[in-house]
Design a protein around this ligand. Structure first.
Ligand code: CA
Length: 224
């Protein structure tokens, strides 16, 4: 899951980026509307946290440009402009949620998780595939009730595949959605992490869940 934060107030931007990163999301940030709109155009984000009052073009104009480009990212507006008219204008312009400043970072994270579930059409924070259970709030992963200990990067990879379970997910998709994998050198880094993840998920004679279609990508599911 990849998030963009467009916020010009540096202390808030730094705190939000740190919290979103610690919650296991890949996160990019911009301090102005022009650059933010450009990031939103050229990168595939699941979610954009958007301030309204920005240097350069304002947040409403960023939204309009995203709408014109048919951008698929969900948008969470965070703004101190909190009159009813502002909220209505933001939501009418295509935003998915609106959080008034000042806000608690915990609430921002809860709303981000809710929007990611909505994007992938899931109401519950628990993802279940066969006997695999993933709690997207606590990041606890288990199979058949046995806890599986994953690193943050392995967890991010698993959650991406789980949100699209049954579908083939290409290496390119993984690279775009998980920032860490773009910054890594070495073309086989995704295969290496798939290997780690498979060992942890399928250790001890458990059934195969993580399938490789050579040259195409990966699929999580209990059907061969
Ligand atoms: Ca601002």
């Amino acid at each position: 899951m990849r998030v963009l934060v467009i916020e010009d107030y540096q202390p808030l931007r730094a705190a939000v980026v740190a919290a979103i990163g610690a919650a296991g999301f890949a996160v990019d940030a911009s301090d102005n509307g022009d650059e933010g709109a450009w990031y939103a155009k050229v990168n595939a984000y699941d979610l954009i946290v958007l301030d309204l009052g920005l240097p350069g073009i304002d947040g409403m104009e960023v939204l309009r440009r995203m709408h014109n480009d048919s951008n698929q990212a969900h948008v969470l507006i965070t703004s101190a402009k909190d009159t009813l008219a502002d909220r209505v204008a933001g939501l009418d312009a295509g935003a998915d949620d609106y959080l008034a400043k000042p806000y608690a970072v915990e609430e921002l994270l809860a709303r981000i998780r809710a929007l990611v579930r909505r994007k992938y059409q899931r109401k519950q924070p628990i993802l279940e595939i066969a006997d695999l259970r993933i709690d997207s709030v606590t990041h606890e992963v288990s199979r058949g009730g046995d806890l599986i200990d994953l690193t943050p990067r392995e967890y991010a990879l698993l959650e991406l595949l789980a949100h699209r379970s049954g579908e083939l997910v290409s290496r390119q998709d993984i690279r775009e959605r998980i920032y860490d994998f773009r910054t890594d050198l070495g073309s086989n880094v995704i295969d290496v992490y798939i290997g780690y993840l498979r060992r942890k998920l399928e250790d001890g004679g458990r059934s195969r869940l993580l399938h490789t279609k050579r040259g195409h990508g990966y699929r999580l599911g209990d059907q061969p």
